[in-house]
Design a protein around this ligand. Structure first.
Ligand SMILES: Cc1cc2nc3c(=O)[nH]c(=O)nc-3n(C[C@H](O)[C@H](O)[C@H](O)COP(=O)(O)O)c2cc1C
Length: 225
């Protein structure tokens, strides 16, 4: 091989090497470009999702807020604690109720609000008679009994409860202020049914009533002065 051939061979080697290096560099550039593209897509997507999420969080769930605020407000409303009893064709039943109010004195009328799922409501609607027993302050155990706290241990809520005779069929709890009613109109509203009671007899108890407020049973005390 003469010098000219050797020179040609060297030039070919250098060219081949240069081509290999070029190919390698271009492969690495396209790989880096692909990675950069993926990074940008990922960044844009996560940014969009977090913005959507932030929007979702900053938009208040008005229905939920309204309910929570309502319940928070109702914690500071004090109510007497009553047991609404009924008896008749549908049998005897009783439930603890704080949603009780006077409606009118002419004629004497009251109302109670019962959950549509209440078994006592079903009995009351069939019996068409009920009695609102306003409990004295010492009767927390009776309130708990008729709120179903001991239903698993004591199946009959009336077991051991002292009752008084009255004109109507509905049980009157001894020591309670009792409003004995004939069922009037009913109005379904939300989860509850408003039951109007037309008074047939009242037994006034001379005691301070049991109070329910802030999810606790309470006593009334006089304000001095
Ligand atoms: C202090 C207190 C007040 C309550 N007030 C009511 C009320 O106003 N209306 C109602 O439907 N349930 C009220 N409840 C819940 C019922 O007493 C409870 O759900 C009961 O187990 C329903 O029984 P029933 O399905 O046999 O009627 C109250 C519970 C407590 C502890």
């Amino acid at each position: 091989m003469n010098q000219t051939d050797k020179n040609h061979l060297d030039v070919d080697r250098v060219r081949t090497h240069a081509i290999q290096v070029g190919l390698l560099v271009s492969a690495e550039i396209s790989l880096a470009y692909g990675l950069l593209q993926k990074f940008i897509y990922f960044h844009v997507l996560t940014n969009t999702f977090s913005k959507l999420n932030m929007n979702k969080q900053s938009q208040p769930d008005t229905k939920l807020d309204l309910r929570e605020d309502f319940l928070a407000g109702m914690r500071y409303v004090a109510n007497s604690v009553t047991v609404v009893t009924t008896n008749g064709v549908a049998g005897i039943s009783g439930v603890t109720v704080s949603a009780f109010s006077s409606v009118s004195a002419d004629p004497p009328t009251v109302l109670v609000c019962l959950n549509s799922a209440s078994s006592t409501l079903e009995a009351l609607q069939a019996n068409k008679d009920f009695c609102v027993n306003v409990l004295p302050e010492g009767a927390k155990h009776i309130a708990e009994r008729f709120a179903g706290f001991h239903d698993t241990a004591i199946s009959d809520r009336f077991e051991g409860i002292d009752l008084t005779d009255s004109k109507g069929p509905s049980p009157v709890i001894s020591g309670a202020t009792a409003f004995i009613c004939k069922l009037g109109e009913t109005l379904s509203s939300g989860s509850h049914v408003i039951c109007i009671g037309h008074i047939v007899e009242t037994h006034a108890g001379n005691f301070t009533p049991l109070i329910y407020m802030d999810r606790k049973f309470k006593r009334i005390s006089d304000i001095e002065g």
